[in-house]
Design a protein around this ligand. Structure first.
Ligand code: ADP
Length: 442
């Protein structure tokens, strides 16, 4: 038993002894004992009252002087409170430091509650989004950034990539907004001014587009002359036949590269295809197979399996280019006695366009990089086959514009599967109707 309890016990015994002596002298032992215990109980009630008063009114002051168990209780409370105060101060300092560091960040930061109301923002967010403190605290962010794309971004809930848009407040300023979920359904909105990057990207794109465009005409002339020279039977040209043919092949390759670069520039510039046009993919597959000279000349076995009741909202010319590139690759990288198969089918709510072959296959380490511009597994072989190195970059770009994803499965020596997966939002049943042509795209 601790010493404070001994003090209490002593106090009780003292009261009982004093009451017993007084009671014995006065000849009323029971009454005296009852009075003594009553006094002790009254004293404890008074102590309780003092404790309550101290806890409610003067917690910060030193506890009142007392001994025994009550002194111990006061001490415990006092230390507990001091510890809590110090912890609170430490937490407040951390929060202050966090707020000061985020306030000093050049990027805008807005803390959002689960229902999208603003809990806090820094001064960069104040400048970039024209938020006012404290008026806008507690307002819903969607009511302050009135941009349809932003509303869509928030409601879609896919926050892996940032959203880029023109600033609704300042002309010529480009903003990047990204939501980062954390804690209990809270969200952090990061806002960056990406005007400089956007302009540089624009300059790069314009340069590639202009250079490709400027190269197109001279190349057509050169390729045209080389073609006629290689077909000319004039004996004077005989010693030149081999170099002229080599030049014609290289000129045709350059034309292919320029054409693909122009296609990529167009994809960069065009707005995303809407849902106005419905493309009959089964019909597109038959057309590509029918028109492909490469398939006809290759001697490969070609199989098509397509769902005629399945349509796709998108841009026909872009989807044609996607399919033509995949089929051309399958033919290029499959030896003459192999098989190529094209499938168009529904998978759950999504739709897949798949081109598979029994060709040379691709080592797993190359797969993540295949869609990079000019990336080739075997540089020499690809050039020999007349590839531009841009085919799969076009495929990926078209897919991204249609909200789709490219899946590649391949085994060296066994063959490859290139599967384009389209989201449910673009899949549409055709029910025997003819697909419609929407506004020109791509
Ligand atoms: P390229 O014009 O060189 O074919 P692509 O961008 O179309 O460029 O393809 C990139 C690389 O991916 C090719 O160089 C080739 O190595 C590889 N590749 C693409 N399709 C296939 C395929 N069906 N089988 C094997 N390798 C392929």
């Amino acid at each position: 038993m601790s010493s404070t309890w001994w003090v209490e016990l002593r106090r009780l015994l003292l009261v009982l002894a004093a009451s017993a002596i007084i009671g014995a002298l006065a000849g009323a032992l029971t009454a005296a004992l009852a009075a003594g215990l009553g006094l002790l109980a009254g004293w404890h009630i008074w102590q309780l009252q003092r404790l309550r008063r101290w806890l409610t009114h003067s917690r910060r002051a030193h506890p009142p002087e007392t001994s025994g168990v009550w002194g111990d209780i006061y001490d415990q409370f006092y230390h507990l409170q001091r510890r809590n105060r110090q912890r609170k101060q430490r937490l407040a300092a951390i929060v202050r430091e966090f707020q000061q560091s985020t306030a000093a960040m050049p990027d805008g930061t807005v803390v959002l509650a689960p229902d999208g109301t603003i809990l806090w923002f820094n001064s960069a967010a104040q400048d970039l989004l024209r938020l006012r403190s404290p008026d806008d605290l507690g307002q819903r962010i969607i009511n302050l950034i009135r941009h349809p794309q932003f509303g869509e971004y928030l409601s879609r809930g896919l926050f892996q990539d940032p959203l880029e848009l023109d600033s609704p407040y300042e002309n010529g300023v480009r903003l990047s907004l990204q939501v980062i979920p954390y804690g209990r359904e809270q969200r952090l909105l990061l806002v960056r001014d990406v005007t400089r990057l956007y302009r540089l990207e624009r300059i790069r794109r314009d340069f590639v587009a202009n250079a490709s465009h400027e190269l197109r005409t001279p190349l057509t002339v050169i390729a045209g002359y080389l073609q006629s020279m290689s077909e000319d039977d004039d004996p004077a040209l005989k010693p030149w036949r081999a170099p002229v043919e080599a030049m014609a092949t290289q000129a045709a390759r350059m034309q292919g590269i320029v054409q693909d670069m122009l296609m990529l520039s167009r994809l960069d510039d065009q707005p995303q295809p809407g849902v106005e046009e419905t493309v009959d993919i089964a019909e597109l597959v038959s057309m590509v197979c029918r028109d492909s000279k490469a398939i006809a000349e290759s001697g490969l076995k070609l199989a098509c399996e397509t769902d005629h009741t399945l349509g796709l909202h998108g841009c026909r010319s872009e989807l044609h280019s996607l399919l033509a590139n995949l089929v051309a690759n399958a033919v290029k990288y499959t030896p003459g006695d192999g098989d190529v198969a094209i499938r168009w089918y529904r998978q759950d709510t999504q739709a897949c366009l798949e081109v598979s072959d029994t060709g040379i296959g691709i080592d797993a380490r190359h797969i993540p990089r295949l869609t990079e511009r000019f990336y080739r597994v075997d540089e020499g072989r690809a050039r020999e086959q007349g590839g531009t190195g841009l085919g799969l970059a076009i495929v990926k770009h078209v897919l991204q514009r249609h909200g789709g994803e490219l899946e590649i499965e391949s085994q060296p020596g066994k063959g490859s599967v290139f599967r384009c997966r389209f989201p449910a939002s673009r899949v549409i049943p055709l029910r025997g109707e003819r697909a419609t042509d929407g506004p020109a795209c791509g």
